[in-house]
Design a protein around this ligand. Structure first.
Ligand code: ZN
Length: 289
């Protein structure tokens, strides 16, 4: 009897917590979205203008949740501003426009450097020994609740939404992937579909490796050959930034991503006018490392 009462109290407490969270989040989402914030999105995330009005409203509400729940830190002398916060939140939340209201529940902090930053990485040599070396990175996603980004590359990636390279989409795809408990290219899918996902991703991953080894052209960044987690991240970049090309050459992969993100970015692609092409601030192959 005592156990039953205890369980009822725990269940009631949990229900009350969910209820309060729902209403608190709803109040956050309904906060007014400042016109100057929209101006930042138009400038730094111009694909925002290609969204339908209901998608723009949803993106703005997701941004409100992101800004309320995540801490931002400037690193390497970078002073944090609303422009930086909005530009990162705007791109990160594009991945959630077709999904629910869960805004990267594992993420606590976003650290931003002025440009590509140095990080130490282990490298396994051919003889089996492991050495340490410094690498220039554009971004990193950690399973302990951190994303690290280069501001130069956040802006260049956001302003050109047609080149298939976007470090924010890349790192936040890793965050979604990690929600399954392991960052391995298989995010939580819910319901059925795991077998199809595994087969389609495995086939396309192996095909990308084969094409890259033969020096053939690829729609997906060859960095996706690194491992299945990087494959999912670069496939996400291509899905949002080059959807027509991706669907043409890898229709089964496109279908799986469309099912997962619950959005079809081809319409955004038709509406979005890209700026003149500029060289990236740093070479792409060092995206995540
Ligand atoms: Zn990566």
């Amino acid at each position: 009897m005592a156990t039953t009462i205890f369980l009822l109290i725990v269940a009631a407490g949990f229900g009350l917590f969910l209820y309060q969270t729902f209403w608190r989040d709803k109040l956050i989402r309904r906060r007014p979205f400042a016109p100057e914030w929209r101006a930042i999105l138009v400038k730094n995330v111009p694909v925002y203008q290609a969204l339908e009005p209901r998608e723009q409203t949803r993106l703005e509400e997701l941004i409100q949740l992101f800004l309320a729940k995540k801490d931002f830190y400037g690193c390497g002398g970078l002073e944090m501003t609303d422009e930086i916060r909005l530009t990162i939140a705007g791109q990160a939340c594009l991945l959630l426009v077709g999904r629910g209201w869960q805004v990267y529940p594992g993420l606590m902090s976003v650290l931003v450097y002025p440009s590509a930053f140095m990080a130490q990485r282990e490298q396994r040599q051919e003889d089996g020994t492991v050495s340490h070396g410094d690498h220039h990175l554009l971004g990193e996603s950690w399973s302990n609740g951190k994303v690290i980004l280069s501001w130069d590359d956040v802006t260049s990636g956001g302003r050109d939404f047609h080149d298939g390279h976007n470090v924010v989409l890349h790192e936040f795809a890793h965050q979604l992937d990690g929600l399954s408990g392991a960052t391995n290219g298989a995010p939580p899918l819910g319901g059925s579909g795991h077998e199809t996902w595994a087969q389609v991703f495995s086939d396309n991953y192996e095909d990308l490796q084969a094409r890259a080894a033969q020096g053939l052209p690829t729609v997906l960044d060859r960095y996706g050959t690194t491992n299945p987690a990087e494959f999912f991240a670069v496939a996400t970049e291509a899905f949002y930034e080059r959807p027509s090309a991706l669907e043409r050459v890898r229709p089964d992969l496109y279908t799986e991503l469309q099912r997962y993100y619950r959005i079809d970015p081809k319409r955004w692609e038709r509406e979005y006018e890209p700026p003149p092409r500029q060289a990236p601030a740093t070479p792409w192959p060092n995206k995540c490392d």
